[in-house]
Design a protein around this ligand. Structure first.
Ligand code: ADP
Ligand code: MG
Length: 495
């Protein structure tokens, strides 16, 4: 097994080939070619300039900030930045596209080849090629559900800057596609160039899928699936569509290159239109816009301002804190998660070196905190427990004030109430008993009460040892230091 999933058909094994086209909305106050605002959820048609409405004689003016965001994204994808790129008109008619064309980039995009490293769930990594990133403007929105007989058009989104990021057909299944989208989203968020919100449509994805027999090195004919609005939907659409193509081919049919629509209600894809070809769009350079020429200084200033990105952060966490691949991957998956973890390790006042045990801190952040947030459906920035509060709990474990077992209960209460660990421990008298005398007394009591079991143990039933430990912990409400209980019990029973 090389980790590549196969589909078992009736005549043999098949492999999936997938390439994604992602539209990422640029974080920018103003649109790509006009000064109109871009806020999500505004009153329909309240953020439309004359340019966006394609009034006669209006001319587009390029927004330098959006260009910088595209370059920043390109650098984050380790891609070639093209000093010279061209805006083209992509011509088609649709009511939400008042100009009758979309300004896009075609043969000369702003960003060329790059790559993304996938962090797969089994801890392995794989590199996926980025074909290109180009800039284009978004269309408006047709609203079909406001009136039974009319369609309304909202042009707030018309002209908003998008980055279309196209991958090579390097993905080999639903897991790959999910890992790709998660990683791309993380990079965009670290860079601050797109908020990555799929529900609000600021990150949208078209999925190209084909299948081929295992061992074939030629690609099959692909279908492009649209309307896939979540990572889960992407995975389900790939599973369905690949299976459909395999069955079609095994029945002696052939795959038509077409655009299909994902139907989330029924869990299937259906034909939308036969695939349009580039020449259908009559691309030509937009005569209203000069070619975009970037100066080296402009690119360098952006390069110098890049933050530490997930891959570098992950390596640093492994290197500097001695974390496992997996733990580091989980922590860096979101910048706020990584920041939270580092705040716990460093403690108040920060500094470069961890004040707290990095592995202990990672365990508590990942297992208890992320686990708790997950269950509660909360994001890290809504955490009821702050980094300082979790740090205090880690300190109480490290200095043996409380056992790890008791710490879980304390954490649950912190999560519930937002109170500090120290307060809860004192109030409830949860300090660990490390006084040998007290532990000895508890053990003597237990052994006296369980004389029969003691006899069995001495007669050779050694697995009763765990039972005695349990009884002692129960007698001390879980507060006895477990290591001490073990030592003293051994001495009393065996010695
Ligand atoms: P278009 O604009 O016609 O959709 P692009 O070349 O811009 O074409 O994008 C095509 C997408 O389809 C890319 O993500 C690419 O990786 C993917 N792709 C190309 N060939 C195949 C194939 N045979 N199977 C699956 N995906 C493919
Ligand atoms: Mg396409």
């Amino acid at each position: 097994m090389n980790g590549i999933p196969v589909i078992q058909g009736s005549t043999g094994e098949w492999e999936m080939v997938i390439g994604l086209e992602v539209h990422a909305q640029v974080i920018s106050e103003a649109k790509l070619f006009s000064g109109a605002a871009t806020a999500f959820g505004a009153e329909p048609n309240s953020q439309v300039s004359l340019v966006d409405a394609a009034m006669p004689g209006m001319l587009p003016v390029i927004n330098e900030y959006c260009v910088a965001q595209a370059v920043r994204t390109g650098l984050g994808l380790r891609a070639e930045i093209n000093n010279y790129s061209v805006f083209d008109r992509k011509n088609y008619f649709y009511p939400d596209l008042p100009a009758g064309y979309q300004i896009s980039q075609y043969t000369q995009p702003i960003v060329g080849k790059g790559q993304i490293i996938l962090d797969l769930p089994d801890g392995t990594m794989r590199t996926v090629g980025i074909t290109r990133l180009h800039m284009e403007q978004d269309a408006g929105k047709s609203l079909h559900d406001q009136n039974p007989t009319l369609t309304y058009v909202d042009l707030n989104r018309a002209g908003v800057a998008l980055m279309e990021i196209v991958s090579e057909p390097d993905l080999r299944g639903p897991e790959d596609a999910a890992a790709y989208l998660r990683k791309l989203r993380a990079i965009l968020r670290y860079l601050g160039t797109c908020d990555g919100n799929m529900e609000e449509g600021s990150l949208r994805c078209d999925v190209n899928i084909s299948v081929r027999r295992v061992g074939d090195n030629k690609y099959g004919t692909r279908c492009e699936v649209k309307n896939v609005n979540s990572i889960r939907a992407v995975q389900l659409a790939i599973e369905y569509e690949a299976r459909r193509q395999v069955e079609l081919l095994e029945d002696g049919g052939k795959v038509d290159q077409e655009t299909r629509l994902w139907d989330p209600g029924q869990g299937l894809t259906r034909t939308m239109r036969s695939k349009e070809e580039a020449h259908d769009y009559r691309y030509f350079p937009d005569p209203d816009l000069l070619p975009l020429e970037l100066e080296e200084d402009f690119i360098k200033a952006i390069r110098d301002s890049l933050p530490e990105l997930p891959d570098e952060k992950k390596l640093r966490f492994i290197d500097h804190y001695g974390l496992s691949q997996y733990d580091a991957m989980v922590l860096v998956s979101e910048r706020q998660r990584a920041d939270f973890y580092e705040a716990v390790v460093k403690g108040p006042g920060g500094g470069t070196d961890g004040r707290r045990d990095p592995k202990l801190a990672a365990n508590w952040v990942i297992t208890e905190l992320f686990g708790g947030l997950n269950k509660a459906g909360k994001d890290i920035w809504d955490s009821p427990v702050s980094a300082d509060q979790l740090g205090e709990l880690v300190d109480l474990i490290a200095d043996e004030t409380i056992s790890g077992r008791i710490a879980k209960d304390v954490f649950a209460e912190m999560f519930e109430t937002g109170r500090n660990a120290g307060t809860i421990v004192e109030e409830k008298g949860l300090r660990q008993v490390t006084d040998t005398g007290a532990i000895e007394a508890a053990i003597d009591q237990v052994l006296a009460a369980q004389a029969g079991k003691v006899a069995e143990y001495k007669g050779g039933k050694e697995k009763l040892f765990g039972f005695f430990v349990g009884q002692v912990m129960k007698a001390t409400q879980g507060k006895a230091n477990p290591a001490l209980v073990n030592t003293v019990l051994k001495r009393k029973l065996d010695g």
